[in-house]
Write a protein that binds this ligand. Structure first.
Ligand code: ADP
Ligand code: MG
Ligand code: MG
Length: 251
């Protein structure tokens, strides 16, 4: 589903190269975990997948279902079923979360040539999804992410993901700032989305999240490259021994 080939990318503003020859393949049905020390380029990779224009791809390619997405803007990527949950979710003042969700869902339907959702149908879908994530409907009357706690932001991201039902989901540090109960709710939400025709990339610092979302593959990102890939045992090894041995071996 996703094939990243020899990707090089830099910060548009000052030309600093952050992604330096990254290779990664994720198949449909797979849950892939990306781990790596702080500053290794994990969030940058998620921004590049989203198509943010503050990064420039200088070499290599990103294929999604066999086609390059490099020329697509963020909304075109979203319409094709790519969903990103960022480490620092964007605040949208002045727009109630409910309204935001409705616009997002209808834009997706429009891109697919489907009819707009009728309000009662929309409300039913949101109520069901919110209940499963233990989100209070009052929270959805507030502007998206404005004044939300860390846990509320992450739940709101998973709610969007549930409602948009994307094909490729990328979750950047969805576990940071979550207490154990919220972590379980969010993990259950992600696990419910597992399906043979969907791929999930979970970016995380800690093994803890991977006890709840058990990955099919684990990839270590360091200085903008995947330096080691393995099965879920690799995450356990990292938790026990840290990154230093793997970094030494790669050097
Ligand atoms: P991670 O998510 O793995 O912790 P990041 O992708 O956030 O790493 O950052 C990788 C490196 O790139 C860091 O050294 C960071 O400071 C730098 N970086 C990323 N984006 C920018 C930017 N827009 N401006 C300046 N530095 C950046
Ligand atoms: Mg970081
Ligand atoms: Mg990060």
């Amino acid at each position: 589903m996703l094939e990243i080939k020899n990707l090089h990318a830099r910060i548009a503003e000052d030309g600093t190269e952050i992604i330096r020859g990254l290779n990664l393949t994720v198949k449909a049905g797979e849950v892939a975990a990306i781990m790596g020390p702080n500053g290794s380029g994990k969030s940058t990779l998620s921004y590049i997948l989203a198509g943010r224009d503050d990064y420039e791809v200088t070499e290599g390619d990103i294929l999604y279902n066999g086609e390059s997405i490099l020329e697509l803007d963020p909304s075109e990527r979203a319409a094709k079923g790519i969903f990103l949950a960022f480490q620092y979710p964007v605040e949208i003042p002045g727009v109630a979360t409910m309204q935001f969700l409705k616009v997002a869902m209808n834009e997706q339907r429009k891109a697919r040539g489907e009819e707009e959702l009728k309000t009662p149908d929309f409300i039913k879908l949101v109520k069901e999804a919110a209940a499963s994530l233990q989100i209070d409907m009052d929270m959805l009357k507030r502007p998206l992410n404005v004044g939300f706690s860390g846990g509320e932001k992450k739940r709101a991201e998973i709610l969007q993901m549930k409602l948009l039902a994307p094909q490729l989901c990328v979750l950047d540090e969805t576990d940071s700032g979550l207490d154990i109960d919220a972590l379980k709710i969010v993990s259950d939400g992600v696990n419910a989305l597992r399906s043979p025709d969907r791929a999930v990339i979970v970016i995380t610092h800690y093994q803890r999240l991977l006890e709840y979302i058990v990955p099919d593959s684990v990839h270590v990102l360091y200085k903008g490259q995947v330096i080691k890939s393995g099965s879920k045992e690799l995450a356990l090894d990292l938790e026990a021994n840290g990154y230093s041995q793997i970094i030494e071996d790669a050097a």
